[in-house]
Design a binder for this molecule. Sequence first.
Ligand SMILES: NC(=O)c1ccc[n+]([C@@H]2O[C@H](COP(=O)([O-])OP(=O)(O)OC[C@H]3O[C@@H](n4cnc5c(N)ncnc54)[C@H](OP(=O)(O)O)[C@@H]3O)[C@@H](O)[C@H]2O)c1
Length: 267
Amino acid sequence: MTHAVIGYGRLARALVPALRAAGETVVVGRRAPGAGELLPADAARAADWVWLTVPDDHIAATAAALPWRAGQLALHCSGATPLATLAPAPAAAGFHPLKLLAGDAGLAGVHVGIEADAAHRPALQALAQALGLRPLDLPWPMPAQARAAYHAAANLAASGVLAVLAEAQALWASAGLAPAEALPALAPLSRGALDTALARGLAGAVSGPIARGDVGVLTRHLDALAAAGLDADLLRALAWRQLALAEAGGRLDAQQIAALRACLAAR
Ligand SMILES: NC(=O)c1ccc[n+]([C@@H]2O[C@H](COP(=O)([O-])OP(=O)(O)OC[C@H]3O[C@@H](n4cnc5c(N)ncnc54)[C@H](OP(=O)(O)O)[C@@H]3O)[C@@H](O)[C@H]2O)c1
């Protein structure tokens, strides 16, 4: 079987070497092909499976411009884009690695959301395993609301964490500490919390003043934001979620929970 990978960006630069390392035959289709590469239509003609690894907004137009024939499968790697965008192809599937790819990272070790009919799902699961990915079955067909929720969850887990760190950086700077040190000093705390959560679950990993029922420290945190002129909405919203986790973990007694709730509600 031959794969065509159309659009050689961040995702393709991880996918193509992984496919080749797994023994698959791959042709690369690009708008301006270099040595050993083809134009998208020529790559698609040569392939059984055609991967559209172009920006999400251009998947539909790229699929519409390719010369499809019976027996081919079109694939995209987007968690957010409906398979209907691949409608000109005789069959379509989604293969969505749950990983942020910056250019040099491989794919192995992460989950991959697979959206495929019964005829194609087993082959995609087998390919995922051959690439060192962990197949994650998505519903078929995937309702629009489920797709949006799935993609929002993935985005929250990746870039949402970055937004939290940006807030932490702002607080760090308000304390007069060197901004350049903020990320190197704070990011290992995130990594440690994630490692603990993977080992013990979220409720077992939550730590800090809320998990200890320490209302005095929580009050000083909120005061520090106000003094720095920073918006406390995010810290407060996250504090409520931490309180729910600490409660779920059985870490707090009724009196501590009531005191923390009163502190947060008063702000
Ligand atoms: N990057 C990630 O972390 C990641 C993770 C999971 C899933 N994905 C999914 O993977 C797909 C590709 O994302 P990416 O991050 O690899 O994108 P990307 O780095 O922006 O690369 C996309 C490639 O598509 C081609 N392209 C650019 N503009 C185009 C246009 N107007 N029309 C047709 N082709 C165009 C270009 O390749 P040529 O110059 O070779 O034509 C470009 O290198 C998306 O569906 C994305 O949601 C990405």
